[in-house]
Design a binder for this molecule. Structure first.
Ligand SMILES: Cc1ncc(COP(=O)(O)O)c(C=O)c1O
Length: 293
């Protein structure tokens, strides 16, 4: 099958990317090709960057909007130039990870590659699941839509590995997807309030800078301004990992370094927790930055 990976085949991952993508590609024998997206471009891939990254070995590009970890989302107009590049490269397949589809703020409209460019349909796998929109992470139900031959091959792999998600999870997912949907918008409004709180708090911390993410439930803030500074214990922070370790060890706040998502020096906060917890965590982060010399 055209979409399968041969050793050495390349998969383009716009960075920052969900950390599992690189491992998934490697488990399949492929080579992850990280392409750094700039904060100035809202952590979105530019068409020229995509064009430059494509080689004769490129088999797939993974697009994830809204994104884990950056929260960045593409509008239809922002996807269009990427789709135009892909139309010129018919051997490149597209994995559209739409799992944060319903967690999009400020009234932005969700966009996905096949809707923007139907000619990509025969080589796009669009995936989604109930984990994020319905807070059903533990139920292990995801789903995908794509070309018939690809879906058939995926069914072969699944039936010989996990067989299927438990029938209980399948029944719960049907209820989630076909039941009243009011909860989805209500949760999204709660997340937006938490996003606004966390972004404002981070931007008050000396040395940190955080753009306003369009979706998902993460902030991806720069910690470039704290690098080179010294902690009270005398350690000099040299990387985003150092900063995250400092927050964890000295202030008991857990955040994740951007380097594990392929882009440094940044750190990710998940605000899928209560506003009370976030208030406490952000107060500690501000105090941690103020304590640096
Ligand atoms: C971008 C992205 N894709 C997929 C998943 C997988 O979700 P699950 O395995 O819970 O369906 C996650 C979970 O964190 C994610 O962030």
């Amino acid at each position: 099958m055209m979409a399968s990976l041969n050793p050495g085949d390349e998969v383009i991952l716009p960075a920052p990317y969900w950390t599992s993508y690189a491992d998934i590609v490697q488990i399949c024998g492929g080579v992850p090709v990280s392409v750094a997206c700039t904060e100035a471009n809202g952590f979105r891939l530019e068409a020229a960057q995509l064009e430059a990254a494509i080689t004769p070995r490129t088999r797939w590009i993974f697009l994830n909007s809204p994104s884990n970890p950056s929260g960045a989302a593409y509008s239809a107009a922002q996807l269009q130039p990427l789709c135009e590049v892909l139309l010129r490269h018919p051997k490149v397949w597209v994995l559209a990870d739409d799992i944060y589809e319903h967690i999009l703020y400020d009234g932005l409209a969700f966009a996905t590659p096949v809707a923007v460019e139907p000619r990509l349909r025969e080589r796009t796998l669009t995936i989604n699941g109930v984990s994020k929109a319905y807070a059903m992470t533990g139920w292990r139900v995801g789903y995908g839509a794509g070309p018939r031959a690809l879906i058939a091959a995926m069914a072969v792999v699944q039936s010989q590995t996990t067989s299927c998600p438990s029938s209980i999870s399948q029944a719960a997912a049907i209820e989630a997807l076909t039941g009243p949907q009011d909860i989805v918008a209500e949760r999204c409004a709660d997340f937006q309030a938490r996003r606004d709180f966390v972004v404002a708090a981070l931007n008050r911390a000396p040395g940190l800078r955080c753009r306003v993410p369009e979706g998902a439930f993460y902030t991806f803030a720069s910690c470039a301004g704290v690098l080179g500074k010294r902690t009270r214990a005398g350690a000099v922070l040299q990387s985003d990992s150092d900063f995250c370790r400092y927050l964890l060890q000295d202030f008991e706040v857990a955040v994740v370094p951007g380097s594990v998502f392929g882009l440094a020096p940044y750190f990710r906060i998940s605000y899928a927790t209560s506003l009370g917890q976030l208030e406490e965590a952000c107060a500690r982060i501000v105090a941690a930055c103020e304590a640096l010399e």
